[in-house]
Design a protein around this ligand. Structure first.
Ligand SMILES: Nc1ncnc2c1ncn2[C@@H]1O[C@H](COP(=O)(O)OP(=O)(O)O)[C@@H](O)[C@H]1O
Ligand SMILES: C=C(OP(=O)(O)O)C(=O)O
Ligand SMILES: [Mn+2]
Length: 533
């Protein structure tokens, strides 16, 4: 059976210890007995991932085959890889896996079964199999019995180091997506984020092209009474995971969703939260999800008590924990809502400390900011990022989007218009100065702003128009000090604020000129307008 199944994917397996869909308990026992990891004091499995503790965008490739050649937005993000080189790496991966014990996880991407795809993950590590099991949508027994051939196969070999001179990769690591063969090859990196984000990239191609479903880099939660849903777009570190796990809301998912004509659904079955400086007080739900069945990556433990020190960044700022959605008390285990989002929130973490913490966007401003995707990358999630770095990333997720950004932007624009969705821009970044002088806006205040946007009460505030950023800013919000809502008032040095704000407004304009040629004049006019002073 196993041998036959693997043969379908070209693996002539000789090791009879292949493990098929072991339970989390068995995977954890295996991982511990093989020395892959240890248990934390709360029962989570803890591993370290070596050199790669974050995603490695320079090592990510898409195979340039004729069927996708004209559809992919090739460039720095979607880097082409030749079919010949793919074959070389593929053969290497196949012979590597053929000689080893393999862990197989039959998973699903897409909680709304009308749009789901079967994803088979093959990995050499029990701990990565645990990750795949907890992070993908878990098939029912019936679905497992009728699984058949997978739609996509992910082969993860963290221990296989490639040779750039031979394999024409960027380094010893590579993540290579092949839409023709329906295979993802991962070599040389153990950071599990590569598994989930490569599957996301695959879905970001398949669902818009084959199903007319908009895929989004966002979290999603629901009002338990009205069932109204909110999606939170945002690049890494802006607060998707943190803010979607909220008291009094039902969690749908923390990172990847589809928006169909009559539903919004999680692409995954688990969450992948940052652990750095987490506290029980500010993030209680995530805190309590760090338990047996969860996988911690690069979290520092006391050698004897095995108590985690979440403040210790000596391994990385990007410590993580992966857990199934049901580890959050109030999760929608089915992973979908039978209605479309009422509220869209764009999260940005502005390290300049000059954008208002909340503003309301009309349709044109929503399109402008979706196309622009401004934030500051925080340390750790991507290799090489050591401190907050301003960046523009279309759709708040360019690294994962294989198609032209306009494809997704048009779909979102139509959906927002059709649904009458309210859109807000929320800055979870700095206040009272830039990174270094100011401080990060307090999570408790951001949560209040999110609640006010969700309930709509924020719309009852007075609004002032910030001329420079061209944003409508409320002057009050329940539970938030008024002065916090106007960033200029939080800076002691007003001249410094003006100069910094002017610089950022100018960066928006330059970005639009360079990268967003396809914006309509109305959309472009909705962006920042430097005051020239
Ligand atoms: N005001 C705030 N809003 C959101 N997150 C905040 C805020 N202040 C600090 N943080 C921290 O920033 C990080 C946000 O990361 P996360 O929620 O994992 O983002 P994402 O899921 O978008 O990558 C968390 O570590 C959180 O504790
Ligand atoms: C896992 C990731 O996602 P996020 O930081 O958005 O949670 C990542 O970007 O590697
Ligand atoms: Mn996240």
């Amino acid at each position: 059976m196993v041998v036959e199944e693997l043969e379908q994917y070209g693996i002539h397996h000789t090791d009879d210890r292949t493990a098929i869909d072991p339970s989390p308990a068995r995977l954890i026992e295996k991982a511990v007995s093989r020395g892959e990891g240890i248990l934390t004091s709360t029962g989570a499995l803890a591993v370290t991932t070596g050199k790669y503790t974050g995603r490695s965008p320079k090592d990510r490739f898409i195979v340039d085959t004729p069927d996708v050649h004209d559809k992919i937005a090739w460039g720095n993000v979607n880097v082409p890889f030749s079919e010949e080189d793919y074959q070389l790496v593929h053969d290497e991966v196949i012979s590597y896996l053929s000689e080893r014990r393999i862990f197989m996880v039959h998973g699903i991407a897409g909680a709304d079964r009308r749009y789901s795809r079967k994803i088979l993950v093959l990995t050499e590590l029990a701990s990565q199999a645990l990750f795949a099991h907890q992070m993908l949508v878990r098939p029912t027994e019936e679905e497992l019995a009728n699984y058949g051939r997978a739609d996509f196969v992910v082969m993860a070999c963290p221990g296989l180091k490639l040779d750039p001179a031979v394999h024409h990769t960027h380094s010893e690591a590579a993540v290579i997506i092949n839409f023709k063969e329906r295979v993802v090859l991962i070599a040389g990196t153990q950071y599990s984020g590569e598994i989930k984000k490569s599957i996301f990239s695959v879905m970001n191609y398949l669902l818009p092209v084959e199903e007319n479903v908009l895929t989004m880099h966002c979290s999603c939660n629901m009002n338990p009474q009205s069932h109204g849903t909110t999606v939170f777009f945002g690049l890494s570190g802006t607060g998707k995971t943190t803010l979607s796990a909220a008291e009094g809301r039902l969690l749908i998912g923390d990172d990847e969703h589809g928006w169909a004509k009559d539903s919004v659904f999680n692409i995954e079955g688990g969450c992948y939260a940052k652990t750095i400086r987490i506290s029980e007080e500010t993030e209680p739900q995530i805190w309590h999800a760090i338990r047996f069945g969860a996988l911690c990556e690069n979290v520092v433990l006391d050698p004897n008590s095995r108590i985690a020190d979440y403040d210790d960044d000596s391994l990385t700022e990007n410590g993580r924990v992966a857990y199934p959605v049901e580890f959050i008390d109030n999760a929608v285990v089915k992973g979908r809502a039978k209605r479309t989002p009422d509220v869209v929130i764009f999260l940005t973490a502005d390290a300049f400390g000059v954008l208002p913490p909340i503003s309301k966007l009309d349709e044109n401003a929503a399109m402008y900011h979706f196309m622009t995707g401004f934030t500051s990358k925080v340390a750790g999630t991507e290799r090489g990022i050591k401190e907050p770095t301003p960046t523009f990333s279309s759709l708040f997720g360019e690294p994962f989007m294989p198609l032209d950004p306009m494809v997704y932007a048009k779909m979102l624009g139509e959906k927002i218009e059709h649904n009458g969705t309210r859109v807000y821009l929320i800055n979870t970044g700095w206040s009272g100065g830039s990174y270094g002088t100011g401080s990060r806006i307090k999570l408790k205040y951001t949560r209040k702003m999110v609640e006010a946007a969700q309930s709509g009460i924020i719309d009852d505030s007075e609004f002032v128009h910030d001329e420079r950023f061209n944003l409508d800013v409320p002057t009050s919000c329940p539970g938030v000090p008024d002065e916090l809502l106007n960033p200029r008032s939080t800076w002691a040095d007003k001249d410094a604020y003006d100069a910094t704000a002017e610089k950022l407004a100018q960066m928006f304009v330059e970005n639009a000129e360079k990268r967003l040629q396809s914006m309509t004049p109305e959309v472009r006019a909705a962006g920042p307008r430097p005051l020239g002073k």
